[in-house]
Design a protein around this ligand. Structure first.
Ligand code: NAD
Length: 469
């Protein structure tokens, strides 16, 4: 691997510098060194990518969906053959342990393609019979779609959009996070190696306001699928809405992990630690607020702290992000909390922070209601289910959460009252790719996953045919 790695834009099947010639650095979180440089693209590169996409899309969109599904499988094959090396790039870029990159991230990227390929082959045509006519629902491609993704699960989240967008016959202009461009760059090469026609997958690198914004503004990009922070989502929505673009927004969260008084702590402790700290707490679904019934608090807390201290995590993504997380730790003390463990910088020059547990905060404090997106969990107690629900639903976010109880029916009843798009009962991040994925309130608009993704990346056209001519 050359060092630093030279990342290029993929436009129309060629790998190019930004038209401006400008480049920028990409710093690795493990030791703070420059691991790659990337093009600092702008609106001119977006225009070139859109022209390439428009040239490629009609022939692709005209193929039978089964042919496109076969291409998705070929991409999965090539990714599988390169999985270890892709994991190495992801680990270098994000700082996550290689095993997590390989078995959480890259395995899932491959699954994204296999899953949508199979869905494309097996989904029945939708028809609605009337007494004297038949309705046929045709799924047309949207055309050229813009895909914008964040740094925490870089290729996992990008391919979660790329696979259904391609399956439904679209061409893509993608913009991965400038903090983690490596696997998207390599993926653009692997898709080409798999035989994906040139121009269908254009990948542009650079800063959000400089290249992401022109993608959202471009009049011939007619759908935007965005995953990232709520503040950026607000800008994307404000830009795209007056243009009547299709818009899918997967945004931030402040997810509650609720432990009811009948929960079994042997199951709860490892589950809650994983929910709080996997990927250094940098997963939108992480349970960053633990709500525990007061009767279990004394038994739970020392076991939880011990398990957190034993849970190995990588660094956080960047120096800026570490500053942000440390800012919240300082705020927690000002707000009257106690840091029971963690929150200290590790050895070396990387952006390490030990996993932190904070107790004693009011559930409506800033630390307990704002998204920190790092290895920090706050712990709160409750006496009744009503109180637990009020705390759970007391933030502007509504992405996900989990409930832990020995009574699954009770868990389901509680889950149904949570104002979130997704809830797990006695588990966390247990994903069936067919189910709807997304948040309510300020956590997003729309759903991805299975049929929901296919619906977003297509236009449903109804053709009503009368029985008699
Ligand atoms: P971010 O919003 O800073 O950036 C996301 C992407 O948007 C990046 O590629 C960035 O360059 C781009 N961008 C920035 N400004 C833009 C603009 N004006 N127009 C278009 N694009 C622009 O988010 P991040 O820091 O990369 O990711 C962390 C956030 O993502 C957290 O809030 C996390 O909760 C959220 N997230 C949500 C989900 C979900 O599925 N709901 C999944 C992962 C991460």
């Amino acid at each position: 691997m050359p060092s630093p790695i030279h990342v290029l834009n993929a436009i129309g099947g060629t790998w190019q510098e930004a038209e401006s010639g400008q480049r920028m650095d990409n710093v690795g979180p493990k030791d703070g060194t420059v691991v790659a440089t990337l093009p600092r693209s702008d609106g001119k590169d977006v225009e070139a990518a859109v022209i390439a996409a428009e040239a490629a899309q009609p022939a692709w969109g005209a193929l039978p969906i089964t042919d496109r599904a076969d291409m998705l499988d070929r991409i999965a094959d090539v990714m599988e053959a390169n999985a270890d090396a892709l994991a190495e790039l992801e680990a270098l870029d994000t700082g996550k342990p290689w095993e997590v990159a390989r078995h959480v991230d890259i395995d899932r990227c491959i699954r994204n393609f296999r899953f949508f390929a199979e869905l494309g082959r097996t989904r029945p045509e939708q028809t609605f019979a009337m007494d004297d006519a038949m309705n046929y629902v045709l799924r047309k491609p949207v055309g050229v779609v813009g895909l914008i993704s964040p740094w925490n699960l870089p290729l996992y989240l990008l391919t979660w959009k790329v696979a259904p967008a391609l399956l439904m016959g679209n061409a893509i202009v993608a913009k991965p996070s400038e903090i983690t461009p490596l696997t998207a760059h390599r993926f653009s090469e692997l898709a080409d190696e798999a035989g994906l026609p040139a121009g269908l997958l254009n990948v542009l690198h650079g800063l959000g306001p400089e290249v992401g914004q022109p993608i959202v503004e471009h009049p011939r990009i007619t759908a935007i699928s965005f995953t990232g922070g709520t503040a950026t989502g607000r800008i994307v929505a404000a830009t795209a809405a007056p243009m009547f673009k299709k818009l899918s927004l997967e945004l931030g969260g402040k997810n509650a992990t609720v432990i009811l008084e009948d929960a079994d702590l042997d199951t709860v402790v490892p589950g809650v630690v994983r929910a709080g700290f996997l990927n250094s707490g940098q997963i939108c679904l992480c349970g960053s607020r633990v709500l525990i019934h007061a009767s279990l608090y004394d038994a739970f807390l020392p076991r939880f702290v011990e398990a957190v201290e034993a849970f190995g995590i990588g660094p956080v993504i960047s120096a800026d992000h570490r500053d942000k997380v440390e800012g919240y730790l300082a705020l927690a003390l000002e707000e009257g909390g106690q840091i029971l463990t963690g929150g200290t910088r590790g050895e070396g020059t990387g952006f390490h922070l030990t996993p932190a547990v904070i107790a004693g905060l009011s559930p409506d404090s800033r630390c307990a209601t704002e998204e920190i997106f790092g290895p920090v969990v706050t712990v709160h107690t409750f006496q009744t289910e009503e109180e637990a629900l009020a705390i759970t639903n007391g933030t502007e976010y509504g992405l996900a959460g989990s409930v832990w109880t020995s009574d699954a029916e009770r868990g389901r009843r509680f889950a149904a009252q949570m104002d979130t798009g997704m809830v797990w009962v006695n588990t966390w991040l247990h994903r069936d790719l067919r189910v709807p994925f997304g948040g309510v309130k300020h956590s997003g608009v729309g759903r991805e996953g299975g049929e929901w993704s296919l619906g977003f990346f297509s236009e449903a056209v109804n053709i009503c045919v009368a029985d008699k001519a």
